[in-house]
Design a binder for this molecule. Structure first.
Ligand SMILES: [Zn+2]
Length: 400
C-alpha cells in the first residue's frame, strides 16, 4: 500500500468528500500530524527571528488587481461579488504575498528594521480544474508554510544561508537528502542586469557557504528574480520539489511600494525573499505518507504506543501503564478489547503504531511490558519505567 489516500484511510487521518472537491476533511489523527508540524515550524520561526502574522482569507479584488494576478491568474482564483453590496468585489486569496506587504507598510520602516521576516501559515484557495484534483497532491485548499523576508540586497546571502540551515534540519528528521537547483535570469526579465547579477551571486554564494552542491537551471528563474529550489528523492525514487527561496527584485516591492528609509535618508525598495520549507502541508504530508509507507517517526505518529492485554487478568495492569504514559505526554491507545492478541497486534500493525506493548501474566508479575517496535522484528521485554524513558527520549529527539 503506497497510495497516501489508502494510508490516510487505514490510519484514519483524513477523508475526501464529494461536497468539497479538492479539500480534505482532517480527522483527529491527521490533525495530530498537522499540529506537530505546525509546532515544529513555529519553534523554528521563533528561534530564527521570524514574526508570525495571519492575513485575511478574503480581501477586496483591488489587492490582486494591483499584484497583477487579476489580469494573469484570474481563472485560478475564487472570487465573487458581495450580495449585500454590489460595488464590493471579493477574492479568496490564492497566495499570501500581496497581503504581507500591508503588514510591512503598516508602519514606516528603516534600514535598521531589515531584514524583516514575516511568516504566515496561510490558508489558500486555488481554482484547480476538478478533473485534475488528486488526493493531497492536487488540492484547491492549500496550507502553506510561507514567509516573506524583506531585506537589504547585501543581507540576502545571509538570509538564504539561514534558510538552507532550516531546510537541512527539517529534512534530516526524515532521513531525506536534499539537492539544490539555482534558476537564473530568463530572457524576458524585469530589473537591471546589474541587479540580476548581484542577486544570482548572492544565491550562489549562499549555497556555497552552506556547502551545497547545486545545478544551474539557466534562464529558468521567474521574470522578477532568480530562485533556489530544493528537491528531494523519496523512497520510491521520485523527485519532489519542496523548499524554495524565490528572490523578488522588483515585483512585490514596487507594486505595493514597500519602502524603507536608507541610511542617507532616501527611500528605497528592499528585495523580498519568498520562501517555504515544505511548501504545502497537504502535499508534504501526502509525500511523507508514501515515502514512509505510513510508518511515521514516533514524534509525528497520531498514536505512539498501543497497549494491549492478552487476557482479562491483565486489564487493570494495562490500564495503569496507559495512564502512566499519558501523564508523561505520550499519545497512547489502550486496547483491552476481548479479542485474540494476534488480531489486536495485526490491527495495530495496519495502523502503523510505532510501539505495540503487550502484557500477559508474565509481564504483570514482573512489572514489565513486551514491546514490539515497528522497525524491529524482535520483541523486547523491559520494565515499564525503561519503556517510558525510551519512548520519551525518541519523541524528544524527534528520531527518524
Ligand atoms: Zn510570496
Amino acid at each position: 500500500m503506497r497510495d497516501h489516500r489508502e494510508i490516510g484511510q487505514a490510519l484514519d487521518l483524513f477523508s475526501f468528500q464529494e461536497i468539497a472537491p479538492g479539500a480534505p476533511f482532517w480527522h483527529n489523527n491527521g490533525m495530530v500530524i498537522f499540529k506537530e508540524l505546525e509546532k515544529y515550524l513555529r519553534e523554528e520561526l521563533d528561534k530564527n527571528g521570524y514574526q508570525e502574522i495571519a492575513t485575511p482569507i478574503m480581501v477586496k479584488k483591488e489587492v490582486f488587481e494591483k499584484s497583477g494576478h487579476w489580469e494573469h491568474y484570474r481563472e485560478n482564483m475564487f472570487y465573487f461579488d458581495n450580495p449585500r453590496d454590489e460595488k464590493e468585489h471579493l477574492i479568496i486569496k490564492p497566495m499570501n504575498c500581496p497581503e504581507s506587504t500591508y503588514v510591512y507598510n503598516s508602519t514606516i520602516r528603516s534600514y535598521k528594521d531589515l531584514p524583516l521576516r514575516l511568516a504566515e501559515i496561510g490558508r489558500l484557495h486555488r481554482n484547480e480544474l476538478s478533473g485534475t484534483l488528486g488526493g493531497m497532491f492536487r488540492v484547491r485548499q492549500i496550507t502553506m508554510d510561507d514567509a516573506h523576508i524583506y531585506a537589504l540586497p547585501n543581507q540576502v546571502k545571509k538570509e538564504v544561508v539561514l534558510f538552507i540551515a532550516m531546510l537541512d534540519r527539517f529534512y534530516a528528521l526524515f532521513g531525506l537528502q536534499a539537492s539544490y537547483v539555482l534558476a537564473t535570469r530568463p530572457e524576458k526579465a524585469l530589473g537591471s542586469v546589474a541587479d540580476w547579477d548581484k542577486a544570482e551571486k548572492a544565491l550562489s554564494d549562499a549555497l556555497a557557504k552552506a556547502r551545497k552542491k547545486f545545478t544551474v537551471a539557466k534562464g529558468e528563474g521567474a521574470f522578477y528574480g532568480p530562485k533556489i529550489e530544493m528537491h528531494l528523492n523519496d523512497s520510491q525514487g521520485r523527485d519532489w520539489q519542496m523548499g524554495t527561496a524565490q528572490l523578488d527584485l522588483v515585483m512585490l516591492p514596487k507594486q505595493f511600494e514597500t519602502y524603507y528609509t536608507a541610511e542617507d535618508g532616501s527611500k528605497k525598495l528592499p528585495w523580498v525573499i519568498h520562501r517555504a520549507i515544505f511548501g504545502s502541508f497537504e502535499r508534504f504530508i501526502g509525500m511523507l505518507l508514501e515515502h514512509t509507507d505510513g510508518k511515521l517517526p514516533t514524534w509525528l505518529s497520531p498514536i505512539q504506543v498501543e497497549i494491549m492485554n492478552i487476557s482479562e487478568g491483565q486489564m487493570k495492569y494495562a490500564g495503569q501503564i496507559a495512564k502512566k504514559l499519558r501523564k508523561k505526554g505520550v499519545r497512547v491507545k489502550l486496547n483491552n478489547a476481548n479479542e485474540s492478541i494476534g488480531k489486536k497486534i495485526r490491527e495495530a500493525e495496519i495502523r502503523r503504531i510505532p510501539y505495540i506493548a503487550v502484557v500477559g501474566d508474565k509481564e504483570l508479575d514482573a512489572g514489565t511490558v513486551s514491546v514490539r517496535w515497528y522497525k524491529e522484528k524482535e520483541n523486547k521485554v523491559m520494565p515499564v519505567a525503561d519503556f517510558a524513558k525510551r519512548v520519551l527520549k525518541e519523541i524528544k529527539e524527534k528520531a527518524a
